[in-house]
Design a protein around this ligand. Structure first.
Ligand code: DHB
Length: 315
């Protein structure tokens, strides 16, 4: 009836406690410093747009399209270049208690290692999330779908970077692939987290009225987000949570209310990122989703995320 216990959405991981569990998915609201700061004000952590060594304009427009079930995009890594985000990280107010993650998506393995080395030398508390899954650069396959190349990349990251780091994974669709990737990831003790999932790559949205594709790059192929991807995201979170003991899973995919955030955490997510919904609603989405999650927890009698994280029941 009238339960007056407080609801705690804070998350302790990576040696720190952040004031909530929600932050932006890389790519959304995080290309410019003004956007990063708006996320910092309204979310529990911040991640920057995937950086390449050199700045990039990205693919030709239109390159993002909202649909009734979510979004399709082929941005093509428009970003200010690694030095811009590194400079932001140097000036970041770490005392605000909100971790800063830097998404890195070099055009080559050597570029990723170079960015990791520079970050290592700076000794900043910013945490790298290396993107193994950008689907939108023409001619560049998603690294996370090449197991041997991923294994070699992680070996190189270990040599280039001395701290804890994470990787952003593409969605997988078969238990054999979950276990093959988990075996590779488990060989890397400083790989502290995986973020599941990046967009479902190379979907095709078709408009009947115009008989046309929705975005210009790659003849309309692009990464799907939103409602389209929620069950795939939950499968990846749950499977990697089971297969990566001692590592954390960050849930990303289809979160638009407290209910989907709850599902991700029930599946094992430590923290939850918001992409498509943030793109459409702006940073006010974080307070709304957090309030909805807190209300759902109160309805269920849960006081903290630890009360239900990873406790999804099977039949
Ligand atoms: C882009 C898209 C992604 O899914 C990603 O992981 C990195 C970059 C992009 O098109 O900019």
């Amino acid at each position: 009836m009238y339960e007056h216990h407080s609801t705690d959405l804070s998350v302790t991981w990576l040696g720190q406690t952040m004031p909530g569990c929600l932050y932006n998915a890389s790519g959304v609201w995080c290309r410019e410093e003004s956007e990063l700061e708006a996320v910092r004000q309204s979310a529990a952590a911040v991640i920057s747009k995937s950086a390449t060594l050199a700045p990039r304009e990205g693919n030709p427009e239109p390159r993002y399209c909202q649909t009734p079930l979510g979004s399709i995009n082929s941005m093509g890594l428009p970003n200010r270049g690694f030095a811009y985000y590194l400079d932001y990280a140097r000036r970041y107010d770490y005392l605000c208690g909100k971790p800063l993650f830097l998404s890195l998506s070099g055009m080559t393995l050597e570029d990723n290692c170079e960015m990791l080395r520079v970050l290592s030398e700076q000794g900043l508390p910013a945490i790298p999330e290396v993107n193994l899954s950008c689907p939108n650069v023409p001619g560049k396959p998603q690294l996370g779908y090449d197991f041997a190349a991923t294994a070699a990349a992680l070996d190189a990251f270990d040599r280039a970077y001395s701290g804890l780091y994470g990787v952003k994974l593409p969605p997988y669709f078969d238990p054999a692939h979950f276990s093959a990737m988990a075996d590779i990831l488990n060989r890397h003790p400083r790989l502290a987290f995986v973020t599941c999932i990046n967009s479902i790559g190379n979907g095709l949205v078709v408009d009947v009225e115009s008989e046309s594709v929705a975005i210009k790059p790659k003849d309309g192929l692009g990464g799907l987000g939103g409602d389209y991807v929620l069950p795939t995201a939950l499968a990846n979170v749950r499977e990697f949570h089971r297969l990566l003991p001692g590592k954390e899973v960050v849930g990303c995919g289809g979160v638009k209310s407290g209910r989907e955030a709850f599902m991700h955490i029930l599946a094992g997510a430590r923290a939850v990122q918001v992409g498509t919904c943030l793109y459409h609603e702006g940073p006010a989405a974080f307070a709304r989703i957090a309030a909805e999650l807190a209300q759902l927890m109160r309805d269920k009698g849960y006081r903290s995320l630890d009360d239900f994280r990873g406790k999804l029941r099977v039949l």
